[in-house]
Design a protein around this ligand. Structure first.
Ligand SMILES: O=c1[nH]cnc2c1ncn2[C@H]1C[C@H](O)[C@@H](COP(=O)(O)OP(=O)(O)O)O1
Length: 205
């Protein structure tokens, strides 16, 4: 998978903060149970938020955290506020996994997940457009549509549209592996379907 090819390995949060010379970044997957149906027939099941970044890659909201300055969670919450205007507070209890890599840079990525009500998730989506960094880190350079997106968890009848097509897009860092881990761990889609999806492939760079 992508992680292997990028020499990226799991690490405990505790161990990671003892590393010297590594940057830290925290990102979060906000999601909500949804009874909504696409085209009145395809159950959406969960609304899972990711974002289209300024570089045309898909990732989770979040960013670099300077541990000299604040804790991982305080840094994450600040990033979530600046990027998507989200005032919810994530805590250590929402931490799912951390990974360390030294290519292309010495970096530890910390990944958090938080279930919201659908109403709360709607508020995040609606608030995102007035967030400080919306449309900045986003559009000035490559002029592509950017902002929060929802991950389609369904597969259309052609067998490609929906999640398979989504997985074939371009992800930043180990974001695709984080998504797959979260879908599996939180049981948002069943294991059999996950295994049938082209998510083990290497992400194009
Ligand atoms: O969703 C992600 N999952 C894992 N790693 C990610 C994700 N998004 C970005 N990254 C990597 C890429 C960068 O090396 C760092 C920080 O990126 P970014 O979120 O763009 O940071 P700033 O907003 O500039 O603080 O993490």
């Amino acid at each position: 998978g992508y992680s292997d090819s990028m020499n990226c390995r799991p690490i405990s949060k505790h161990e990671s903060i003892t590393l010297q010379g590594f940057k830290h970044a925290c990102h979060a997957m906000l999601y909500a149970r949804s009874e909504e149906k696409l085209f009145r027939r395809i159950p959406v099941r969960y609304a899972v938020l990711m974002q289209m970044r300024f570089d045309g890659r898909i990732g989770f909201p979040g960013g670099f955290v300077d541990l000299q300055d604040c804790s991982l969670e305080d840094g994450l919450n600040r990033e979530l506020y600046e990027e998507v205007g989200c005032t919810l507070r994530l805590s250590d209890a929402d931490h799912m996994c951390s990974h360390v890599t030294d290519t292309p840079q010495k970096l530890v990525t910390h990944f958090y997940t938080k279930e919201l009500s659908l109403a709360e998730l709607h508020q995040v989506e609606a608030g995102a457009v007035s967030a400080k960094e919306h449309g900045l880190e986003v559009m000035h350079k490559y002029a592509i549509a950017m902002g929060l997106i929802r991950v389609p968890l369904f597969t259309l009848r052609d067998g490609v549209g929906g999640l398979p097509a989504f997985f074939a897009t371009n992800f930043i860092g180990n974001a695709r592996d984080e998504l797959v881990d979260a879908l599996r761990h939180l049981r948002l889609i069943n294991e059999e379907r996950l295994a049938s999806l082209p998510c083990a492939g290497t992400s194009p760079q």
